[in-house]
Write a protein that binds this ligand. Structure first.
Ligand code: SF4
Ligand code: FES
Length: 334
């Protein structure tokens, strides 16, 4: 086990745990954002740099600070390590710079993008972005491509996080993933097209942090905040069958996998559940999906308040403000 202190809060974690996952064990505001790391996919991380943190003490044995900011999703903790995330002005400034880089080529088309309201880059830009861009060159653009009959690739919005290629690599049969070319000519390879027949290819849509891969069966049907998300399940022979139904009245507009508080799917779902069961009668509805209050999706969203959970969250925030140890968070997000 290793003891690590992040933003003044100490936590004990298993050896080999990354700084990001140690921060997630603390929970709350000390957790760095992540655009490319995805805990349920192997080898992810190290691409986007939004999770940069400052290591002010390397370990108990060697207390020297690390000379540069490090990617927390790829850096394992050492016993006695001291890390700064939101308590470091240098980290916040660097993150602002990373967001500026991510937005160099990303179009600011949120008003017409299907991912609006669920886009990690949109949220990150609100928190860390600058109001103006200094970029004067022409942004790179691509034609929209159909990846099979259910997924639309809008490469112009892609931030090259590689998550979808890991889905293609790890959840489908063949090694068909890839990013073609280098530098600003990089693009998600059409080899992914060859993975679309696989039962689990639809998960590329859920792992995409921006609106580059969208569900053609849902595109332009509704803004996500006008829908009512419900937890539901069915007896599926291929996957867990545990999904979120995005509904309007009795109509099921979209079926997606369930995401945790970090926007990650823990149980991937099959394409049959995702595309072929858009009828409420096919599902056992468990109840409204829990949505964080700060999400635009929470508009018009009512659910029974768990007072115990609410009290725990308020206690967490108050304890955090006092700079003491935080109890574990139990909250989850759609
Ligand atoms: S298409 Fe989406 S998931 Fe794939 S690399 Fe681009 S941003 Fe990431
Ligand atoms: S989340 Fe760590 S580099 Fe992308």
């Amino acid at each position: 086990m290793a003891k690590v202190t992040i933003d003044g809060i100490e936590v004990e974690v298993a050896d080999g745990t990354t700084i990001l996952n140690a921060a997630r064990q603390i929970g709350g505001d000390v957790v760095p954002p992540a655009m490319c790391y995805y805990s349920s996919l192997k080898e992810t991380g190290g691409k986007c740099r939004v999770c940069l943190v400052k290591v002010t003490q390397g370990s108990a044995k060697d207390p020297r600070p690390m000379p540069k900011l490090v990617a927390s999703c790829r850096t394992p903790v050492m016993d006695g390590m001291v890390v700064q995330n939101i308590s470091s002005a240098e980290v916040l400034e660097a993150r602002k710079g990373v967001v500026e880089f991510l937005l160099l080529n990303h179009p600011l088309d949120c008003p017409i993008c299907d991912q609006a309201g669920e886009c990690d880059l949109q949220n990150l830009a609100y928190e860390h972005g600058a109001a103006k861009t200094r970029y004067e060159e022409e942004r790179r653009t691509f034609e929209k491509i159909d990846i099979g009959d259910k997924i639309k690739l809008h490469m112009t919005r892609c931030i090259l996080c590689y998550r979808c290629t890991f889905v293609a690599d790890q959840l489908t049969n063949n090694r068909v993933h890839g990013v073609l070319n280098r530098g600003d000519a990089s693009e998600i390879s059409t080899y992914i097209e060859k993975a679309v027949d696989n039962d689990f290819s639809g998960n590329m849509i859920d792992v995409c942090p921006v609106g580059a891969l969208t569900d053609k069966t849902f595109r332009f049907k509704s803004r996500v905040w006008f829908t009512k998300p419900l937890d539901a399940h069915r007896d599926c022979p291929t996957c867990s069958g545990k999904v979120v139904l995005w509904t309007k009245g009795e109509e099921v507009l979209r079926v997606s996998a369930r995401k945790d508080q970090y926007g990650e799917v823990k149980e991937f779902i099959c394409n049959e559940c995702r595309y072929d069961h858009k009828n409420m009668k096919d599902w056992v509805v468990e109840g409204p999906r829990h949505i964080e209050r700060n999400s635009v999706i929470s508009q018009n969203h009512y659910e029974k308040i768990d007072l115990q959970k609410l009290k725990l969250e308020v206690d967490r925030q108050l304890t955090f403000q006092k700079g003491k140890q935080l109890p574990q968070s139990n909250t989850s997000q759609a």
